[in-house]
Design a protein. Sequence first.
Lengths: 302, 242, 242
Amino acid sequence: MSKPDLKVVVSNPPPPVVLPAAPEQAEMPFAIVNGEPVTHMPRDLYIPPQALEVFLEAFEGPLDLLLYLIRRQNLDVLDIPIAEITRQYMRYIELMQDLQLELAGEYLVMAATLAEIKSRMLLPRPASEGDGEADPRAELVRRLQEYERFKRAASDVDQLVRLERDVFQASAELRDRPVARVLPQVTLREMLLAFRDVATRSQMFAHHHVQREPLSVRERMSNVLAALESGEFVDFVRLFAPEEGRMGVTVTFVAILELLREGLIDIVQTEALAPLHVRRAPPVRTLQLVPGMDSPETPGTA
Amino acid sequence: MNEQYIRNVIEAGLLAAGRSLTLEELAALFGETECPGSAAIRAGLAQLEQDYAARALELKETASGVRIQVRRDFATEVSRLWPERPRRYSRALLETLALIAYRQPITRAEIEAVRGVAVNPDITRTLLERNWIRVVGHRELPGRPELLGTTREFLDYFGLRSVAELPPLAELRGLEEIDPQLALPVGATAESAAGEDGEAVSVAEAAALLSDDGADADDDVGGEPQLSSAPGLVASSPSSED
Amino acid sequence: MNEQYIRNVIEAGLLAAGRSLTLEELAALFGETECPGSAAIRAGLAQLEQDYAARALELKETASGVRIQVRRDFATEVSRLWPERPRRYSRALLETLALIAYRQPITRAEIEAVRGVAVNPDITRTLLERNWIRVVGHRELPGRPELLGTTREFLDYFGLRSVAELPPLAELRGLEEIDPQLALPVGATAESAAGEDGEAVSVAEAAALLSDDGADADDDVGGEPQLSSAPGLVASSPSSED
């Protein structure tokens, strides 16, 4: 897990400035790591301020900074030399404050935590409680480990073969694709509501006489008209279907009368008692007005 | 850089772009140092075209460059990816259809007289195409306007044996009550439920109209035939000839 | 319906869709009457894959189904189509995304507890806008914090069929491993503690912070587990992995 921003700082140092807050400590062993005394401060603690700013921004928080300090020295997270790490951590914090960087509160909380752990490490621990619970570092170690595994997971996720970076969705057009027509669906209720509304608007409800209008007659009018569409005379009797019974015959009869009234058909009888013939009204009869406009029975007073 | 590589890069670029690329854009895919000449790119395109001979794809050169597209032969299959969302009919269409059902045979002018607005020709054309209405005759007036009526398909679609099974106008005023008797498709419930509030208002309006404005009603209804007055048959014809 | 036709329809459908299609969607391309079985479709996909062996294309199965994509080998060439497209995401964003992917459903406070810093609202907004994460529910705590999880788009984008295909998380080493090493040379510890003056000041400052502002600091960090109290850790849930 490399940290590119860090490399820039470390490997490309502008004229080094020794910060007053970082006096050189040499020769005296200040920590013993895995039995080895450590006598040298890491040189890359001395960082020019402008680079430090970039450097510090590269950290994702106090845990990230701590991990950096630990990893930089090839230390094991499970065995943090807490005093030394605390000292280095505090030095970074001081640098940040000296540089008046905006310091996230989390960094100060971590400073306090480190100080507390360090002081607890100094206390003699009763031998009887020698289990892991008693190690003051345990909680910090857990957090560092937990953070580190997600830091690694983030890097793993970043390595995944990703669309638009590593691979690319292939697509081709289909021009002028035919539209698959789906006919709209209508429910009977929708249609009835539509009619009720239009009837309301046109005040049809005001006509008492239409309220009981037999719809079968209207439909039969259409059917009779359609049967006469050829323009030829049709035998009056053939317009009736006896199998429909009396009711059906009556409906047809009323429909024919209504068509006659509307001037849509003619009924012709060549001589008395001869068969009746029906045909659609010929074009010559143009005197027909739109029916109902002026009918005497207009129920205006109804 | 061999021919197969050039062909592959061209194909990759065109399919990743999903649009036409110019010859310059195709050349730019190869980077500045290794850019093949336009002859090599043309050769790669020709190679691709040949590869596609047995496939559903083809190269198409247009003003904006070259693109890979799916052949028309596969349009039917591919268009199944986008099933058309069922559209809805307009209120105007439903009203027109309802008027034709209840008042057939009826002319456009008569529909317009009732609805108070012109009938959009698209509406009657749609209804004719759907085979729900038909021209049953002509009224012998100047222009011989078509008389429209409903069809057997109309009855079948709505599950009716006859238009007479439609509720009479009077009953429509209390549509809520007749609702259970009309075995409505399930899909209808949601939207009809949504319409319920507006409906209640309409009924109230209708009641108000009934009591207050009855006298004016006839003028608005215009050409509506007076059905219940069969005797009027005799009377109306002479009067119209005046 | 022969094999070549099936292969061609699959290719046409996948390219025209420009996205992953499920086996059901692929089958639907053939219409209801002539739909080949899933074995025939699988065979067609295998055929396509074989055809692509010498090309820049490949088939990839992700959460949403199968798609045709340009191979990684051609990423350099194809990327030249979009020189301005940003290809990098910040570490903060990737860490947040990883936590959501591996620990979902998870609240912002829980993310903050692991990362040790507040979650920048820009990051979650970016992830939500990219449609990589979504709010999957709320934790029944005061304020009902949102629980975040990843989406199908996230899986598609990263070429995964499910979150189970994410690279495995690093093992947590047991804390018991600390025990043998607890015997730090007391001398070293004491010495470094007593060490430099500058350091002593720092510790004093830290101690002051601890005593004065400790309580406030915790609030700022939100759901951060209490460092000095091991049981508080349970909230951040690594215990489930142990």
